[in-house]
Design a protein around this ligand. Structure first.
Ligand SMILES: Nc1ncnc2c1ncn2[C@@H]1O[C@H](COP(=O)(O)OP(=O)(O)OP(=O)(O)O)[C@@H](O)[C@H]1O
Ligand SMILES: [Mg+2]
Length: 275
């Protein structure tokens, strides 16, 4: 296990309004755990995505994250890193930023619409129109489907983005799934049964349920995300190495929560597909 040392100065370097401390170094972006086991969630989700249809059957990509031990602020902490996906001259434009740049008040436009379905349709199609990315509606649907499986409740409009280079746009590799799998132990305390935390989870960016979000998106744009059925053994296999980055006393809790979250959400997802 390698330990990375950073100075306070470096940890402070960030380009986002997010809370998790992050910085770029030697071609990688590092993120420190803040509210729980975000690094493990990020790593395990990106490993499970290897089994999905994203790589081979879609024009989309996702960031591969790995666990990191980071000595920051004089303490050893867990975190993760992912390779910088920006090519020379390319920038990442989050949807928040994109709409602001186009002179649109995104929040106001979304509130004006009368249903989640209309909001999803509007966001997907407006973005496709601004950028010329014809499959953006499918990209957005895929994000919502993934988030519903992994219970990522942090898909706000700065965690959805496009890439731009010389006025031309491209799909941004899917990033920031760290809030999934109940990683925030402050809002989802360890002593509460995961099943009840899962029932009360709220999906971003429309603050609706995960089920409603995918039902609407799939009705509009069709199913995008496919994943072989995961069983507990398969999930536990992906957890073995990431768990070593956390205190021994927490490992059983974390792996229980992660397994329960995926298995419960997978069942819900299957029910939706059978409708
Ligand atoms: N692998 C990467 N390649 C290029 N840029 C990155 C990468 N990872 C992070 N960034 C930059 O950092 C920003 C924030 O990244 P990310 O959303 O992963 O962090 P976060 O702290 O979890 O965010 P938040 O708390 O705001 O949701 C991105 O919008 C992007 O500008
Ligand atoms: Mg983010």
């Amino acid at each position: 296990m390698t330990i990375k040392f950073v100075t306070n100065e470096k940890v402070a370097e960030t380009s986002s309004k997010g809370n998790q401390e992050k910085w770029r170094e030697n071609g990688r972006w590092y993120k420190l755990d803040q509210f729980g086991y975000e690094g493990l969630s990020e790593t395990v989700i990106s490993r499970l995505l290897e089994y999905s249809n994203i790589k081979d059957d879609t024009p989309f990509r996702f960031v591969r994250y790995r666990m990191e031990k980071i000595n920051a602020h004089g303490r050893e902490r867990g975190g993760c890193s992912g390779a910088d996906f920006l090519q020379q001259g390319e920038s990442i434009i989050t949807l928040s930023h994109l709409f602001k740049r186009e002179g649109q008040n995104l929040k106001e436009s979304l509130t004006r619409l009368s249903s989640d379905r209309k909001r999803i349709e509007w966001l997907a199609e407006e973005t496709a129109a601004f950028t010329g990315l014809e499959f953006f509606p499918q990209y957005l649907t895929l994000l919502f489907e993934m988030d519903a499986l992994f219970l990522n409740d942090d898909r706000h409009l700065n965690n959805i983005a496009v890439l731009e280079k010389d006025g031309r746009f491209d799909y941004c590799p899917i990033f920031d799934n760290g809030a999934g799998l109940l990683s925030n132990v402050q809002t989802a305390p360890m002593d509460i049964d995961p099943a009840s935390l899962i029932r009360s989870a709220v999906a971003k960016p429309f603050n609706t349920t995960f089920n409603r979000q995918i039902i609407n998106a799939q009705k509009l744009f069709g199913r995008q995300f496919r994943m072989p059925k995961l069983n507990e053994d398969a999930i536990r296999r992906e957890l073995v190495e990431p768990l070593t980055y956390y205190a021994k006393r927490d490992r059983t809790y974390i792996s229980e929560r992660v397994c329960k979250t995926i298995l419960i959400r997978q069942k819900e997802y299957e029910k939706i597909l059978l409708r």
